[in-house]
Write a protein that binds this ligand. Structure first.
Ligand code: PGA
Length: 277
C-alpha cells in the first residue's frame, strides 16, 4: 500500500478508509439565540477526543458568529456550516445572505439543496447548482443534499432522481475534488424516524460514487458521501459501516450533544478499526 491507501500498481481508487468520516449536525430553525452557544460548547467538549471523525454544526444564520466565537475560545476543531446561502455576491436581494457574509461570520461550510429548501422554498436543480458554483468560488465548502421522495421511491425512480440531482452540480464539485461533500437524504426518512436500511442506503451511495467516477476517478475516491434521514445513536453504526457511507448529516438528533457525540463516536471507532486493518 502507498500513503494514499491505493493498492500499488492496480490503479484502483482508495477505499473508504482514506476518507475521514464527517458528522454534520443540521440544527435547522432550532437552537438559535441563547441555546446556540451552550449546545456548540457541549458538542465541542463531548467530541474533543474523537479525532478520527470531522465534526461540523450548522446553527441558524443569526447564531453563526456567536458559535464561531464560542468554538474559537474553546480551541475546538468543530467546523461551522450555514444551512443555505444566496448564489449572488451582493446587491438588492432582500432577506438573502451571501457567501462572503457567512465567511465573515465564521462559517467554512454551507449546506445546499436540502430537501426542505427544495420542497418548501422552491429550490431547483439549477438554483442549487448555481449556489454550489458560488460556494466553491468563494471557498466555502458545500454539503450538497440529494434524495428521492417516497412517491419517487415507490415508482422505482430513486436512482434516476438522484442522478438528475447529482448531474446538475457535478461539474462544480469536479473543479476541486474533495472540497465539496454530497449528502444522500431520502426525503421519506427525514424527521420521520424511518431510517433507510443500511444496504439500501449503500446501494444509492455506491451509485452516486459511480456518477462521480464518470467525471474522474479522483473525484469519486476523495468525495465524502454522507447519509441523512433519522440518523440516531442507535442506528448510526450500521449505516457508517457501509463502504460508501462516509458520514452523516444529522437533524433532530444533533440538538442533543450527548446523543450527537455517540454518532461521532461510532464514526471515530469505525475509522480507528479500519486504520488498524
Ligand atoms: P433528521 O434530519 O435527522 O431529523 O431526519 C436530517 C436532515 O434533514 O438533514
Amino acid at each position: 500500500m502507498n500513503d494514499g491507501g491505493t493498492p500499488e500498481g492496480t490503479g484502483a481508487a482508495p477505499g473508504a478508509a482514506s476518507r475521514r468520516p464527517l458528522i454534520a449536525g443540521n440544527w435547522k430553525m432550532n437552537a438559535g439565540g441563547q441555546d446556540a452557544c451552550p449546545l456548540a460548547a457541549a458538542v465541542a467538549k463531548a467530541t474533543r477526543e474523537l479525532t478520527r471523525a470531522e465534526v461540523v454544526v450548522a446553527p441558524p444564520f443569526t447564531a453563526i458568529a456567536a458559535v464561531a466565537h464560542e468554538l474559537a475560545e474553546a480551541k475546538s476543531e468543530v467546523g461551522i456550516a450555514a444551512q443555505n446561502m444566496s448564489a449572488e455576491l451582493s446587491g438588492a436581494f432582500t432577506g438573502e445572505i451571501s457567501s462572503g457574509m457567512l465567511k465573515d461570520a465564521g462559517a467554512t461550510w454551507v449546506i445546499l439543496g436540502h430537501s426542505e429548501r427544495r420542497q418548501l422554498f422552491a429550490e431547483t436543480d439549477e438554483s442549487v447548482a448555481r449556489k454550489v458554483a458560488s460556494a466553491v468560488a468563494a471557498e466555502l465548502r458545500p454539503i450538497v443534499c440529494v434524495g428521492e421522495t417516497l412517491e419517487e421511491r415507490e415508482a422505482g425512480d430513486t436512482l434516476a432522481v438522484v442522478e438528475r440531482q447529482v448531474r446538475a452540480f457535478l461539474d462544480e464539485l469536479a473543479k476541486q475534488p474533495g472540497f465539496g461533500v454530497i449528502a444522500y437524504e431520502p426525503v421519506w426518512a427525514i424527521g420521520t424516524g424511518k431510517v433507510a436500511r443500511a444496504e439500501d442506503a449503500q446501494e444509492v451511495h455506491a451509485f452516486i460514487r459511480g456518477l462521480l467516477a464518470k467525471a474522474s476517478e479522483d473525484l469519486a475516491s476523495v468525495t465524502r458521501i454522507l447519509y441523512g434521514g433519522s440518523v440516531k445513536a442507535d442506528n448510526a453504526e450500521a449505516l457508517l459501516a457501509q463502504d460508501d457511507i462516509d458520514g452523516a448529516l444529522v437533524g433532530g438528533a444533533s440538538l442533543d450533544a450527548a446523543g450527537f457525540a455517540k454518532i461521532v463516536d461510532a464514526a471515530h471507532r469505525l475509522a480507528e478499526r479500519a486504520e488498524q486493518g
